[in-house]
Design a protein around this ligand. Sequence first.
Ligand SMILES: Cc1cc2nc3c(=O)[nH]c(=O)nc-3n(C[C@H](O)[C@H](O)[C@H](O)COP(=O)(O)OP(=O)(O)OC[C@H]3O[C@@H](n4cnc5c(N)ncnc54)[C@H](O)[C@@H]3O)c2cc1C
Length: 397
Amino acid sequence: MRLQYGPAEEKFRSDLVAWLEANVPAQELLDVPRISSADLPDWAREWQRKLFDNGWLVPGWPPELGGRNATPVEQMIYFEEMRGRDIPRSYNPQGLGIIAPSLLDYGTEEQKQRWLLPTLRAEIAWSLGMSEPGAGSDLAALKTRAVLDGDHFVVNGQKVWTSGAHHSDWNMCFVRTNPDVPKHKGISVLIIDMKTPGVEPRPFPELSDPDYTDFNEVFFTDVHVPKENLLGELDQGWALAGGSLAHERAMLWIENAYDCQRGVEELIALGDRVGPNGYPLRDDPKFRSDVASLFVDSQAMRLMGVRGFSKFLKGKSAPEHSLLKLFGGETTQKILLAGTEALGAAALDNGAPGPRVHRRGSWITGYLRTFASTIPGGTSEIQRNIIAERVLGLPRG
Ligand SMILES: Cc1cc2nc3c(=O)[nH]c(=O)nc-3n(C[C@H](O)[C@H](O)[C@H](O)COP(=O)(O)OP(=O)(O)OC[C@H]3O[C@@H](n4cnc5c(N)ncnc54)[C@H](O)[C@@H]3O)c2cc1C
């Protein structure tokens, strides 16, 4: 089987590559470690604004929304090229990847003017308030309460794992507006100004990377939210939850496939290093066997993604995409584990060339960070449940 693009697609790619080569921010800016996923330095705002102004921010959207009406194949090329260069489109991924599409799908015209365009132009940064201490995989168990009182809601409760909350301007917050109906039916979505009295983000560090503080607990105490900040219909927030996560998963497979392929290349490059046993790792039978099987997995992953994508283009259902989040997250994890095991104590060395997959740093830091990609947007166990029930049609356990 030969996979190749037609002339129109190759022209799209060469236009994009030429534009990127002329406009990508300087490497020394890209190399500065980030503080959180809602931390937007001036250069990062300018970069996103430039993408927006030139139709390269969300190519599948119309030009007035930062796109160029790109076809799905062109969008696939776009994500390949961007991932290959290690350049995020936005330094507030939840704002651009989850909240902007939700505003597009569910916002009123006034809400789109007020929040969508400033989000696309990187004028505002967002956090996403879904998870709570008792509601993660079972999001519908959320308890943060919003009571309508005249022209505003009064919000009380707590969120957790809220990425970037302490640097965000706004929070898209899932709240319970009706406790007297089945739990999926009494949820609404409010857009909350993080500067409102009673909103208190409390950041906490990550075990895997103490210099990066993204997670927060967010406490809401008698927070007044104007009624017009309701996104979508009252009590119909469950539809937005599905929509938000679908946006998170869309096209993720391309990035996963790319990360796996690059991870295996980095693993192969380790082969020249002398391992703990005193000879080059390429002569270590376990290392050789790991590299071979992970190479096969990474190729299988890419081909499965392309097969699913071609079904999607023909309007058919593509169960492959349900498998790819799970397979991609776990393959990346195995790649980082294989490097860590092969290097032994040297895997702790931050000074040695480490893997670019999962941010720079030592192999062991990279390995610890891979756990993060098997959790958000549905943990690996939840993905297995979905595959068992919805793809394989097995009965619920
Ligand atoms: C890097 C990262 C960023 C995040 N950012 C955000 C954010 O910005 N906003 C936000 O709201 N949330 C965020 N989260 C939280 C994330 O959505 C939750 O961690 C996730 O939904 C899992 O919920 P939980 O942590 O409460 O675990 P739980 O749901 O309590 O699960 C604990 C364990 O039990 C397993 N389990 C649970 N239910 C089942 C079941 N039915 N069958 C089998 N196994 C099950 C899970 O797989 C897991 O291993 C983020 C998480 C991470 C890792």
